[in-house]
Design a protein around this ligand. Structure first.
Ligand SMILES: O=C(O)c1ccccc1N[C@@H]1O[C@H](COP(=O)(O)O)[C@@H](O)[C@H]1O
Length: 241
């Protein structure tokens, strides 16, 4: 059985590494330099970095130069998201050398463009399915964007390679992941799923690991690492097989 991939998160707002609660603007806790955080996760043994431009996601500007600096400094694989919604932002994102990008809002608002870039870029494109209940949310998670399962079926048909599934109700809360949601998504798609939201303990990571045979490929870990609930070294050991 392949091991669960862990993706420590660096979310950037106004030049700082931050964590939000439920993705709400204004709920930030700041953790300093994004580059230092990313280098720390890399030194601790991460194989992936989940890097988010929150200002671009919220529409409050962007951190494009800093994001490019962080991505460029990494020897590990980078998954980049936030504000990638058109050809120019996609080109800038891919030019950072990242391994793949996550599209959120675009998958809800410009489905034709997303189908086109999936066809062009294959597994360099993942779609972030950010949900409250089973309703997708876009534009910094402030707007409803349709039904999770209808959108998933459409994206599957278009050849989307991978999904990053975030339960907004859990994100940044340290309340544990929504394992039921992950199981439900894996039951309706054969594409790999990256779990996001709520991880609080090594036991949560072990519980997500048990879903690898069902299609969960990875887990994003944010607040728990910054809050020092466990170290990344401990987390990597907990999911090693
Ligand atoms: O990660 C967050 O905490 C977050 C909070 C609010 C909005 C977006 C967030 N992150 C990621 O941003 C992309 C979506 O950006 P866009 O809609 O494509 O501009 C997605 O991967 C979210 O998970």
């Amino acid at each position: 059985m392949p091991k669960l991939e862990l993706l420590p998160a660096v979310d950037v707002r106004d030049g700082q590494a931050v964590r939000l609660v439920h993705g709400e603007s204004g709920s930030e806790t700041s953790y300093g330099s994004p580059l230092e955080a990313a280098l720390a996760w890399q030194s601790a043994g991460a194989e992936w970095l989940h890097l988010v431009d929150l200002d671009a996601a919220f529409g409050t500007g962007d951190n494009r130069a800093l994001i490019a600096e962080v991505a460029g400094a990494m020897d590990i694989k980078v998954e980049l998201s936030g504000g990638i919604r058109d050809d120019a932002s996609l080109e800038a994102a891919l030019a950072t050398g990242c391994r793949r990008v996550n599209l959120g809002t675009a998958a809800l608002e410009t489905p034709e463009w997303v189908a086109k870039v999936i066809a062009e870029h294959g597994d360099k494109i993942a779609v972030g399915l950010d949900v409250r209940g089973t309703t997708l949310r876009g534009r910094g998670w402030t707007r409803d964007g349709g039904d999770l399962y209808e959108t998933l079926a459409r994206l599957d048909a278009e050849g989307c390679a991978r999904y990053v599934v975030t339960d907004i109700a859990k994100d940044g809360t340290l309340e544990g992941p929504n394992l039921g949601l992950l199981r439900d998504v894996c039951a309706v798609t054969d594409r790999p799923v990256v779990a996001s939201g709520g991880v609080s303990s090594l036991d949560d990571l072990r519980a997500i690991s048990l879903l690898v045979p069902e299609g969960v490929e990875g887990a994003i870990v944010g607040k728990a690492l910054y809050a020092k609930a466990f170290t990344l070294e401990e987390a990597l050991k907990a999911v090693a097989v």
